[in-house]
Write a protein that binds this ligand. Structure first.
Ligand SMILES: C[S@@+](CC[C@H](N)C(=O)[O-])C[C@H]1O[C@@H](n2cnc3c(N)ncnc32)[C@H](O)[C@@H]1O
Length: 256
């Protein structure tokens, strides 16, 4: 094919910043190198407490196998492995660069034999049925384009009786401190994010939090996907919730 000196009229094959879907793995590829620092600064460190509570609520035992979906740079996967002796974790995320940062953290902590990281999306998990004892997803369900499908997939890969912990940000709606929490989300986070990272992606964080359904409504979606809600825990004036659910125990056999 002859090469023309004229600028090509063909649309570029490279994904431009404009067409990278907000919240997608490609967007997080752009943030991977700065993600951990930004995360700590924006959450003022409280996300560590939320993750600890999530791990505790899973009631893991030695030998258990956990899937950490939307694992990103692996903070929750690392927390699970560190706090639960003898438990192994598989982290899944569509962003190769977030996974790369995660793998080097896992190596540094000497956890490579207990945590593996692989590419994948929540809506189509690359695992057989009922192979995990528990599944977690921290600040990732918001990014799934089909949340109900992702929840059904989490259920499919978890054994009956296994727990599913979904940690997610939301708009603080009630209580006297809610306006302060809203101010932090709407005014502080986007400015801090843009200033520290130069990335306009952080506007997406604010917009997606605003668009996320109220906690009760999201808990109902979890139930309609066939899980049993165990507990709904509100953190930091409702700016974050832990949705703790379980896969129903198998129906007793009717055949006699
Ligand atoms: C805000 S980060 C959370 C990372 C990590 N769980 C944490 O707690 O720090 C959201 C992650 O969701 C991932 N993600 C985006 N779309 C996804 C999808 N459809 N399925 C699973 N993960 C997805 C992104 O690549 C990103 O790493």
């Amino acid at each position: 094919m002859p090469h023309s000196q004229e600028p090509s009229q063909e649309p570029s094959q490279e994904p431009s910043q404009e067409i990278v879907r907000a919240g997608s793995g490609a967007m997080f590829d752009n943030l991977a190198a700065r993600y951990d620092l930004l995360n700590r600064l924006m959450s003022l460190g409280v996300d560590k407490r939320w993750r600890r509570r999530t791990v505790r609520s899973l009631r893991l035992l030695p030998g258990h196998r956990v899937l950490d979906l939307a694992t990103g740079t692996g903070d929750l996967a690392i927390d699970i492995a560190t706090r639960s002796p003898g438990v192994s974790v598989v982290g899944v995320d569509p962003s190769p660069k977030m996974l790369e940062v995660g793998r080097s953290k896992i190596d540094k902590r000497g956890l490579s034999d207990r945590i593996t990281m692989r590419e994948g999306i929540g809506e189509e998990l690359p695992f057989d049925d009922q192979v995990f004892d528990a599944v977690t997803i921290a600040f990732g369900i918001r990014n799934c384009t089909d949340r109900a499908q992702a929840i059904r997939e989490m259920k499919r890969v978890t054994r009956p009786g296994g727990r599913i912990g979904i940690l997610e940000l939301g708009e603080p709606r009630g209580g006297i401190m809610a306006p302060f929490a809203r101010f932090h989300i709407h005014q502080v986070i986007p400015r801090l994010g843009a200033w520290l990272s130069g990335a306009k992606e952080y506007r997406y964080l604010q917009e997606s939090i605003e668009a996320f359904p109220p906690a009760q409504e999201f808990a109902e979606l979890i139930s309609t996907c066939g899980l049993e809600m165990i507990e709904l825990v509100a953190f930091s004036f409702g700016s974050c919730h832990l949705y703790l659910a379980q896969v129903p125990e198998e129906e007793p056999s009717r055949a006699n």
